[in-house]
Design a binder for this molecule. Structure first.
Ligand code: ADP
Length: 368
């Protein structure tokens, strides 16, 4: 029997199928340019049938849901009330939650007897204390409009932290970790005794570190200033901050490989982009070292975190006084453990697997 994991975007459906007991992946695929999710699910049903998987006969379906607000601390079984609650969170995630809901509805329509579960990107960070998640803004903005930090990439931070515990051969509950998810989206997480106590993304995935095309944290006054000076609308500015900033704005591309190539050819903007990108990661590392009482490991994951030794080297450079020392040979050889063995803080490169983590959550829920 099997578990189907669904990541429904606005025009695509990414799916993976796992054997329920062993969590071995049996099948996966991506259906793009869908007109609607019901049609997309029909296409997926056809693909699965060619692999002898009958969607109406599987054990469960796990759905990635981007925003779970304050309500969801862990994965939850989906029913009509839960869909209603996810819908009520649309104002906080207008780009993502609607597509996630459409995916859930299509799944319920095509396989009415199969239980569905929602796994929220925000849930892992619900353990943050109020002094970490509140903004210094009027109480009413929090109470009436839910303005607070939620954090994202939670499934990824949780997955790599459990993998780090296996590598370090210690229970996760006894570990303090700093995890960096560095892909197109970039976020860091401070994990104390296995629980998230801070993360760099905020009310939306725009806050925090410099990203592929998102700016990360900036002075909020810039927005009002530019609206007054240029007469741009808030939507135009919002689009630029989310889609035309970050590495793309500074280097002309959001692909780190191209940025590094351009830097090596002497391109000044590419060099500046990498310096800015790394500077912010290094500052974040220092911040989290200050709030955690001792760190067992720093973990790199995501497309850049998993594949770019240059970024590891630049982030860790000059931090020996903090107990961080990278072994350049191991790093260049793309090993999992890239620290100098004489240091106490492990430096780990761990491929993330959000789909597998969702399947793990669903497996646990099926057994409970
Ligand atoms: P997303 O956040 O959209 O899931 P990814 O995690 O795939 O994105 O990360 C995308 C980034 O990872 C890009 O900047 C890309 O250049 C970088 N990347 C992916 N594969 C490699 C690789 N083999 N070497 C260096 N960088 C890579």
């Amino acid at each position: 029997m099997s578990i189907l994991v669904i990541n429904a975007g606005s025009s695509s459906i990414k799916y993976s199928v796992y054997e329920t007991k062993t969590l071995r992946m049996i099948n996966h695929g991506l259906i793009e340019e869908i007109r609607n999710h019901h049609e997309g699910f029909e296409v997926m049903r056809g693909h699965l049938e060619t692999h002898d998987i009958d969607i109406t006969q599987i054990d469960a379906i796990g759905h990635r849901v981007v925003h779970g607000g304050e309500r969801f601390h862990e994965p939850a079984r989906i029913d009509d009330d839960l869909i209603h609650e996810i819908r009520s969170l649309i104002p906080l995630a207008p780009l993502h939650n609607p597509a996630n809901i459409e995916g859930i509805q299509a799944a319920r329509a095509i396989a009415p007897n199969v239980p569905n579960f929602a796994i929220f990107d925000t849930a892992f960070h619900q353990s943050m204390p109020p002094y970490s998640y509140r903004y210094p803004l009027p109480h009413d903005w929090y109470e009436s409009y839910h303005v607070r930090r939620y954090g994202f990439h939670g499934t990824s931070h949780h997955y790599v932290s459990t993998q780090a515990a296996l590598i370090l051969q210690k229970p996760l509950e006894e570990l303090n970790l700093i995890t960096f998810h560095i892909g197109n989206g970039v976020s860091a997480c401070a994990i104390e005794n296995g629980r998230s106590i801070d993360t760099s993304m905020g009310m939306t995935p725009l806050e925090g570190l410099m990203m592929g095309s998102r700016c990360g944290s900036i002075d909020p006054s810039i927005i009002g200033y530019l609206m007054r000076e240029t007469k741009m609308s808030i939507d135009e500015i919002d689009t630029i901050l989310n889609k035309k900033s970050g590495l793309l704005a500074i280097a002309g591309t959001n692909d780190i490989r191209s940025v590094i190539d351009a830097k090596n050819r002497g391109n000044q903007n590419a060099a500046l982009a990498i310096d800015m990108f790394v500077y912010r990661l290094k500052k974040q590392l220092g911040e989290y070292m200050a709030i955690l009482r001792g760190v067992d490991a720093v973990v790199f994951t995501g497309g850049i975190g998993e594949h770019s030794p240059l970024i590891h080297e630049m982030v860790c450079e000059g931090l020996e006084h903090l107990g961080i020392s990278l072994d350049k040979e191991k790093n260049r050889a793309c090993e999992t453990q890239i620290h100098d063995l004489n240091t106490n803080i492990a430096l780990l490169v761990i491929p993330t697997d959000e789909e597998l983590q969702i399947a793990l959550y669903v497996q646990k829920l099926l057994l409970s």
